[in-house]
Design a protein around this ligand. Sequence first.
Ligand SMILES: *Cc1c(COP(=O)(O)O)cnc(C)c1O
Length: 425
Amino acid sequence: MKKPFITKDQAEEIIKKYRTPFHIYDEKGIRDNARALREAFGWNKGYKEYFAVKATPNPTILKILHDEGCGMDCSSMAELVMSARCGITGRDIMFSSNDTPSEEFAKCAELGGTINLDDLTHIDQCLDALGGKLPGRMSCRFNPGGLFTLGESSEGFQVMDNPGESKYGMTEEQLYEAYSRLKELGVKEFGIHAFLASNTVTNAYYPALAGLLFKLALKIREKCGVTLSFINLSGGVGINYRPDQEANDIRVIGEGVRKAYEEILIPEGMGDVAIYTELGRFMLAPYGHLVTTATHEKHIYKEYIGVDACAANLMRPAMYGAYHHITVLGKEDAPKDHRYDITGALCENNDKFAIDRDLPKIDMGDILVIHDTGAHGFAMGYNYNGRLWTSELLLRSDGRITEIRRAQTIDDYFATLDGYWNIGL
Ligand SMILES: *Cc1c(COP(=O)(O)O)cnc(C)c1O
């Protein structure tokens, strides 16, 4: 069973001050999880998690994670600037981007961050953007092509993704060329990065990916005379959005990577290689809720409950048909004897947080918690239909509530128009 990290009483207190809908994050949950991750990889001296900023781009969240020892994985100018303004720079920045504007390479270099090249042509682009001199430390992104599968059972593969259709990274041959050139150009420290499958709910993904990259590291040493100093397993460790799914066990994952490290790298004298991760979803998703109030009920061919949040505040169900668990606060133990579609107000019929979901009877004014919205939730928000962004709140470890981003206003929405539209709303 999924249990919200706020109670009905807490929610009612919060709503006296901050209206629904809002996103709320759980500081203690975030910190405990970040510590568990660090412990799971504690066997590796240089281990570092670079939080994927795109998952939850809020400065307060970045600072909490930095405080727990994380760096930041940025992919755009705004994310680089946000990290820098949080005081997170230098080796604490990884820049994994594609289709990258030159000024973003320049910004990353200015901040002392590590550029992770998505393509061979980026070497010349970087040289150009950085006045002919590359930073001393660079990384390359690998794409093995084909299909990536893991763990076949009667129900099919546990993980199946399609790197051959993915726009990211370089082929193996291109990687060899890239490292050789980077070495010629004076780069001293090298890393490799690969992201082969998203939201994996299995303890086998990272160990399998690590094994693949560790073997490749040996080939790179042999072919290019380059010894990698870090191997970046990137993101992709998922969470159990569905209550019947078994959550990943990060200790088992860390031990699985360790086993591959001890089998492949240590015998080859590469026991100094640092392991990096770039998790987003795993770091934040379970520690965020979208909280919304039931405002309408409609009985036509189906039973609809309208809420005051919409897909502009959480796009995943509309975009991918993603499942997000829903709890009706105060009715946690009531029988789930009603079947509803839970809808937002967009003029788009895919604006449904749940379809044919069995829930307790919902009364108008009931507060609903939509679970696991801490990553790729607020971050993917948009303004369709003139719907505005919600506030972001933080449940502090000491129980206080702080607003870490106010809700957007109509004036904010008009702010990029001319002065006629500054009407003080
Ligand atoms: C999105 C992304 C991540 C994080 O992915 P999660 O699925 O949230 O773990 C990490 N690295 C890169 C380069 C990404 O684009």
